[in-house]
Unconditional design. Structure first.
Length: 328
């Protein structure tokens, strides 16, 4: 075949006698090159409904319409396809597993005790708390506090709070500074309620974490505990007269004797002194005397008989003027 005869024959990939649209198959060269692998994309969940079936079905219908040239059947085909799609069941929604809420939930903190649940402290437990407060963080107790210095300077105290230097005791003090000694400490009232020197308080106290604040006493090298006030009530000094019981007057020879018993309400042994006055029926004083007791153990009752000096007429009554107690 010469130069001028190179294109005397016509080659086509369309089959002979074919009418209508035709997709030319890929050339051998393209087959040899291969296809490009698409870059994988991150998958994301989406809802798949019936809409994804519409496009392929419409493509098939269009191709069939062109090949058969039956466009007159198009409305019938479309109506058939729509009826088939509407009757097809929906794909179920994907079920996303949910984590067990209880498994990931943090353990609940133990309930904080309320002031009404704070137990009254005894002398032994109070001594243990004062000696090592870090071992009792988070605990609460009820005690008595006698104000030694109100509004004392202290570090890390909120603006509306007040710090007081006090002496703590398990029992209500009956006389001023009765429990002064190793029980001196600082209490912080978050409400800053006014108090005065010598006031006796019934307080519900919570033991804070010592590392959560800085105290002037610690900075000064003074080993002193510090507690947070939860509840506070001014109660005053204990009236010792309620621990004294007067008996019936009797004669011991020519001298009248008044039997007296006294209960030791302190938590240490105490000796009691009781001032008593005998009153005439008209209210005037007939005689006075002091009754002394020996040491009485805590919670025990002892005798302190009184010998009256002076004329004691019939119909006399007795008045307790004062009661004092002394620890040895």
């Amino acid at each position: 075949m010469g130069r001028d005869d190179r294109y005397t024959e016509t080659f086509t990939s369309v089959p002979e006698g074919h009418q209508g649209p035709y997709v030319i198959p890929p050339l051998d060269e393209m087959r040899r090159r291969g296809t490009r692998t698409p870059t994988p994309q991150p998958s994301r969940p989406r809802r798949r409904g019936r809409g994804w079936l519409v496009l392929p079905i419409l493509v098939v219908i269009v191709v069939a319409a062109f090949e058969t040239r039956l466009f007159g059947l198009w409305p019938v085909v479309v109506e058939t396809v729509e009826t088939w799609i509407s009757s097809a069941p929906d794909e179920p929604e994907p079920v996303v597993p949910t984590a067990d809420a209880d498994a990931d939930a943090e353990p609940s903190a133990p309930p904080v005790p309320q002031p009404s649940e704070f137990p009254p402290v005894d002398a032994a437990r109070l001594a243990a708390i004062l000696d090592a407060p870090e071992a009792h963080v988070g605990e609460g107790f009820v005690a008595y506090a006698e104000i030694l210095a109100p509004d004392t300077p202290e570090a890390d105290v909120p603006a509306d709070a007040a710090a007081h230097l006090v002496t703590l005791s398990a029992r209500q003090p009956a006389t001023a500074y009765e429990y002064v000694g190793d029980n001196q400490t600082v209490i912080v009232d978050p409400e800053g309620r006014p108090v005065e020197t010598g006031d006796v308080l019934l307080v519900s106290l919570a033991v804070p974490d010592l590392e959560s604040f800085e105290s002037y006493y610690d900075l000064a090298g003074i080993d002193s505990a510090r507690f947070d006030v939860v509840e506070l009530e001014v109660v005053g000094l204990y009236d010792l007269a309620q621990d004294v019981t007067l008996g019936e007057l009797r004669l011991d020879g020519d001298e009248p004797v008044l039997p007296v018993s006294v209960r030791n309400s302190a938590d240490v042994p105490m000796e009691y002194a009781i001032d008593i006055t005998a009153l005439n029926p008209d209210g005037s004083e007939a005689a006075t005397s002091i009754a002394w007791s020996a040491d009485i153990a805590p919670g025990e009752t002892g005798a302190a008989d009184v010998t009256l000096y002076g004329a004691v007429p019939d119909g006399v009554t007795f008045r307790i003027d004062s009661v004092s107690r002394y620890a040895h």
